[in-house]
Design a protein around this ligand. Structure first.
Ligand code: MOS
Length: 735
């Protein structure tokens, strides 16, 4: 088959759904109602626990039920027993998920304990405030430090790290702390649920419609085929919408109990305990090296928080310590620590960004200790193969990321001595860090349909939480079908569509992209075959490999005048459409597959106030082929902003007395605004990774966050001479 010209792929397209979004026509979960055929919708408001641990001793709903407009107040006192069958789907954690309204136990502050259903939101809100609850409260434990961990730890060893560390000419030993942080996407989590007999449809904020479908089926004990989940638009998510949370069950339960559709939107405050978060982490790291900066040993001992009812660990948190640098001797332990909190969950760059802060800070500490440039030190420890798996790298251009970044950033102009560069009262510093995230792929399916009017519809049940999946899939389909971008529609976010994996882990481009490529290639071949076999076609008898399609016209590659349009071909053949199924099944890895990056940051620290300002940032990424450059830039800039946020601002604060999150709102939970963000630049080492997947991509959405916070922390050290081993780096730490 002849390769198609690549015109849409690689072009800096704006979002195909951009107009819908800016004109308010994109329908997010809570937007669904009467205008979408959902009549008689009721409003549900969740009542949450006001203690952090204990038991409900009394729950009085009489005042709430007496309010006009209130139809039902559900709690453990009157909720039906729900089957809560095991759900072997992925993101399934050891332990048992929270069962809503099934007992009187309070496991964390903010746990849903009742729901009010009323005809208006206002009536439901007011009635929720009238539910009276007494507790037998106990002291919750919400601080990771000192709390006993789950045993045994996850562990990894190679060589003899203890002996090698003790024998190392240079030994560093540090403990780093990362705060608990919350995703805080713009869109609140919301569910609209409607039962029709024994079947339920939910309109949901989710990164994975199938996962929500399977969980609802398991919780209610009904076949998955009786659950439909619809999620056409997601107003931002960073992993927070990757699993089905209790409020979705509550909405479905409430709708079933009252026999009418119910809308439930968590408040901003309720998000902090209603969905997961990035767990706090303590990371003890020892690094041994020779005097030339060649690493001889590393020991990593981690603790991160989880809930008492599920054991969440950050996938990938142990990987950077195993494969980012040549290190003959490594030992790692990773313990989760159960606390009286709700269950954590993946948050952008999960694991990898957690590990990058200690690891990339430590490399900077070692560079300073040895008087070796931090870029040079990294280059000296660049591995030839993956020492963890023993596999060769599919592609690894981290060296090029570092050297290109150093050149473009003007790294060589840096005075290596910290605390020496000033601009008035501002101390100026620059820092660098490497970034890594693994290239995940998962089985996926798609369906592609070519209509007689020359338009195409491509469908897969993936999601678009913001990276621009609608757009990038349209680009791939357009080129594979030889159509203009405007002639192609990509549809996603519905369980009736061909199944797709979680829209997370940076696996969507590789997995759905390869699936769409496959389905559209087959569809184009089908059309070409039809033309070749059609005696009335100008292409009759041509060899399939000689035919390409451009702008909806099938033609001979070497004689474009000979050809016809899809419309002509399908109309003459009395075909309303042609259709093909696409599939992608990842091959077993024969190589170590990761995306890489190098992040360079310049900061200014006010000498007297401790205020940190980011002056500029540049990052270079090795993420394989870039399908959609404008949206890649949007990801990279967003990742850098997220990294600035993690480095300097984000910190979920908990009152140790009762486990209440004290800054559960966007006024007190700090995130960057425009004034916090300078010009940010991203450079891509564009090139295919043909081992990773058929379309040559390695994933970008997460690696762009990894490395940003340590680059900033290292720049703060260079500016001030102060090494801050905690995130966020707050003003008080620098005073
Ligand atoms: Mo991402 S943490 O896989 O949404």
């Amino acid at each position: 088959m002849s390769p198609q010209p690549q015109e849409a792929v690689g072009a800096p397209l704006s979002r195909v759904d951009g107009r819908l979004k800016v004109t308010g026509q994109a329908t997010y979960a809570a937007d669904h109602g009467a205008g979408h055929g959902i009549d008689g919708i009721l409003h549900a408001v969740v009542v949450t626990s006001s203690v952090g641990r204990g038991r409900i001793t009394a729950l009085d709903t009489s005042a709430a039920e007496a309010q006009s407009g209130v139809l039902k107040v559900l709690s453990h006192r009157n909720a039906p027993t729900l089957p809560y069958r095991p759900n072997p789907g992925s993101l399934n954690l050891p332990g048992e998920r929270l069962h809503v309204f099934q007992d009187d136990q309070v496991r964390f502050h903010g746990q849903p304990v009742a729901v009010v259903v009323a005809t208006t939101l206002e009536a439901a809100q007011h009635a929720a405030s009238l539910v009276r609850i007494d507790y037998d409260a106990q002291q919750p434990v919400t601080d990771l430090t000192g709390a006993p961990p789950n045993e045994p730890p996850a562990a990894y060893t190679r060589g003899d790290a203890e002996a090698a560390f003790n024998a190392a000419p240079v030994q560093l030993e540090m403990t780093y702390r990362l705060s608990r942080t919350h995703h805080n996407a713009m869109e609140l989590h919301a569910t609209v649920a409607r039962w029709t007999g024994a079947r339920v449809t939910v309109w949901e904020k989710t990164q994975w419609v199938q996962s929500t479908r399977d969980e609802l089926a398991a919780v209610f004990g009904i076949p998955a085929t009786d659950v439909r989940v619809i999620s056409p638009f997601v107003g931002g998510a960073f992993g927070n919408a990757a699993r089905c949370w209790p409020h979705t069950v509550i909405a479905a339960l409430a709708a079933r109990e009252v026999g009418r559709p119910v809308k439930l939107a968590l408040t901003r405050r309720q998000l902090y305990s209603g969905v997961g978060f990035r767990p706090a982490c303590e990371y003890r790291l020892r690094v041994g090296s020779d005097r030339d900066g060649r690493l001889t040993a590393m020991t990593h001992d981690l603790r991160s928080e989880t809930s008492r009812y599920e054991r969440f660990s950050e996938r990938g948190v142990m990987s950077p310590g195993q494969m980012l640098y040549t290190t003959p001797n490594v030992s790692q332990t990773y313990r989760t620590v159960p606390l009286d909190v709700n269950t954590p969950t993946p948050m952008r760059g999960p694991g990898y960004s957690t590990a990058a802060f200690p690891l990339e800070s430590a490399i900077d500490e070692l560079a300073h200790e040895l008087g070796i440039d931090p870029v040079e030190l990294r280059l000296r420890n660049e591995p030839d193969t993956d020492q963890a798996s023993g596999l060769p790298f599919s592609t690894r251009r981290l060296r090029e990321c570092l050297t290109t970044g150093a050149r473009e950033f003007g790294w060589s102009r840096r005075n290596p001595e910290p605390g020496q560069t000033r601009d008035g009262d501002w101390l100026i510093g620059t820092g660098v860090a490497s970034a890594v995230y693994d290239t995940l792929r998962a089985p996926a399916q798609a369906r592609a349909r070519l209509n007689a009017d020359g338009t195409a519809l491509v469908e897969s049940a993936t999601s678009d939480m913001g990276p621009g999946t609608y757009t990038s899939m349209t680009q791939i389909a357009a080129d594979a079908l030889g159509l203009a971008v405007r002639a192609v529609t990509f549809r996603l976010g519905d369980t009736i569509l061909p199944p797709a994996p979680v829209h997370g882990g940076s696996l969507t481009m590789a997995s759905i992209g390869s699936t769409v490529q496959d389905g559209c290639d087959k569809l184009r071949q089908q059309a070409i075959q039809l033309a070749i076999e059609d005696e009335e076609s100008p292409l009759h008898g041509a060899a399939p490999e000689d035919v390409v399609v451009r702008d909806g016209r099938l033609q001979l590659k070497n004689n474009p005048a000979r050809g016809e349009t899809y419309q002509q071909l399908l109309t003459r053949n009395n075909r309303t459409h042609l259709e093909s199924d696409g599939a992608y099944t990842p091959a077993r890895p024969q190589a170590s597959m990761y995306a890489y990056g190098a992040v360079f940051a310049e900061v200014a620290v006010d000498r007297r106030l401790g205020l940190v300002r980011i002056r500029r940032m540049l990052a270079v990424y090795d993420a394989g082929r870039i399908i959609s450059p404008k949206l890649a830039d949007s990801q990279a800039i967003g990742g850098m902003v997220g990294g600035i946020s993690a480095a300097l601002l984000e910190h979920t604060l908990t009152d140790p007395r009762d486990g209440r999150i004290t800054n559960a709102n966007l006024a007190d939970y700090l995130v960057p605004v425009n004034a916090d963000v300078p010009q940010l630049k991203a450079i891509y080492l564009d090139g295919r990774d043909n081992t990773a997947d058929p379309i040559g991509v390695k994933g970008l959405g997460e690696v762009v966050l990894v490395g940003v916070a340590p680059a900033i922390a290292n720049a703060v050290f260079h500016a001030t001479g102060r090494r801050i081993r905690q995130l966020p780096i707050t003003i008080d730490a620098l005073l």
